[in-house]
Design a protein around this ligand. Structure first.
Ligand SMILES: Cc1ncc(COP(=O)(O)O)c(C=O)c1O
Length: 406
């Protein structure tokens, strides 16, 4: 039983007002709110258990290390990774993908080698590959979305040629909500001997993830969208790929020994985790993932599926709203423009006056904006605690904005 009232009570911020109205938080795609268990866990570590990890021999350092390291296992369970040593802890997806770009791709790719990307990637899964284009002459090959915003896995597989070295694709678009069949893409890419990186920043939030079932080589997550602290995250890396990687950031913790002449690296995954990590953030992420798993990822997906259907029905009743992306089975993420030339920023400002938080802009997806022929959209993105009443509040606020701008 998905007890929405109880779940909402777990998130203290949801009971506050904004601009004199109850908060309707529909900016989950950018960052999600935190349940009390996460807030309490963070406070407890700082108040009673804090110390640096790994290097100490004293009680608090051991305690912090134990709690921090336990999160590797929690993430492995959340992603069904099997072995927790496939999990590199980091500050989020951006760092995870840069690790793959610098640590795995840069030393291996040559001029003329190709990376296949979908046109709906987030800049975090574009810019690191542009670095390889600029610096090493690597070629980026783009696969367009269909008219409904879906991505045809076969088109991605067909784009793979003899020079392709990597497919890098999102599991769920942060703009369109499109869910991508990353398993089919991985199977097709692997049959051509090409590894696959999946950006799981949005996917892991909205559906159960099984990285072994998908079979992908890399799967990146970011903690702040998973109801955990910002500055936390991880990337799953298949042992074969991890063995091929060189370290990206150098410093303490990722070494066993350092002398004037040489270094001996720590064993993976710590070889790829330099410096003092986000100790408390990571511990908070572990608590957030336990919270989600307790609710049940299937239950979360079912609840959000109901919100998606209801929001789609209500929004399609507004014939002056143009919803971008209507792929079957999409996540409850709605990007839209409004007829009457109201700019996305103006719409979001009116919504904010009604306590409705949405995001307006390019959503860090420049190539997709070009493909759609828009410079900006408004985006309402739903999370595990949102309600159908909040869909109604959004629609009421949009009607007000339309009256003002039409
Ligand atoms: C699909 C996708 N990929 C990557 C990112 C980047 O995540 P972060 O900024 O936490 O590294 C985001 C964040 O908006 C996203 O939505």
């Amino acid at each position: 039983m998905y007890d929405l009232d109880k779940i909402r009570a777990d998130f203290p911020i949801l009971s506050r007002e904004v601009n004199g109205k109850p908060l309707t938080y529909l900016d989950n795609g950018a960052s999600a709110q935190k349940p009390q268990v996460v807030i309490d866990a963070i406070t407890k570590v700082y108040a009673e258990e804090y110390s640096n990890v790994h290097r100490g021999l004293h009680f608090l350092s051991n305690l912090a290390t134990e709690k921090y390291e336990a999160v590797r296992g929690i993430i492995a369970r959340f992603l069904n990774a099997g072995d927790e040593n496939t999990i590199v802890l980091n500050s989020g997806t951006t760092e995870g993908i840069n690790l793959v770009a610098y640590g795995w791709a840069m030393p291996r790719f040559e001029a003329g080698d190709e990376i296949v990307l979908s046109v709906m990637e987030h800049h975090a899964n574009i810019v690191p590959w542009h670095f390889l284009r600029e610096r090493q002459g690597v070629v980026l090959k783009w696969v367009d979305t269909e008219a409904d915003g879906s991505l045809d896995p076969q088109k991605v597989i067909d784009a793979i040629g003899p020079k392709t070295k990597l497919v890098a694709v999102t599991q769920c678009s942060n703009v369109l909500g499109t869910v991508v069949d990353v398993k089919a893409i991985t199977q097709g890419a692997h049959s051509k001997g090409v590894p696959v990186l999946v950006d799981g920043s949005q996917g892991a939030v909205h559906m159960p993830v099984d990285v072994q079932g998908i079979g992908c080589d890399f799967y990146a997550i970011t903690g702040h969208k998973l109801y955990g602290p910002s500055g936390s995250g991880a990337i799953y890396i298949k042992p074969e790929r991890m063995a091929e990687m060189r370290p990206f950031i150098g410093g303490g913790d990722m070494i066993k020994e350092v002398s004037k002449e040489a270094i001996i690296y720590n064993d993976p995954p710590m070889k790829f985790e330099a410096g003092t990590p986000g100790i408390v953030q990571t511990i908070g992420l572990g608590v957030a993932l336990e919270y989600m798993m307790e609710l049940g990822m299937d239950n979360i997906a079912k609840h959000e599926g109901g919100l998606r259907d209801y929001a789609m029905q209500r929004l399609s009743g507004l014939n002056w709203i143009n919803v971008q992306g209507q792929a079957p089975g999409k996540a409850a993420i709605f990007s839209f423009t409004m007829e009457g030339a109201a700019h996305a920023h103006d719409i979001s400002t009116i919504l904010d006056k009604k306590g409705v938080a949405v995001r307006a802009g390019h959503h860090c997806a420049g190539p997709l904006m070009d493909h759609l022929g828009v410079s900006a959209t408004c985006r309402a993105s739903f999370g595990l605690y949102n309600t159908k009443e909040e869909v109604d509040t959004l629609v009421d606020a949009l009607e007000l904005a339309h009256e003002l701008f039409a």
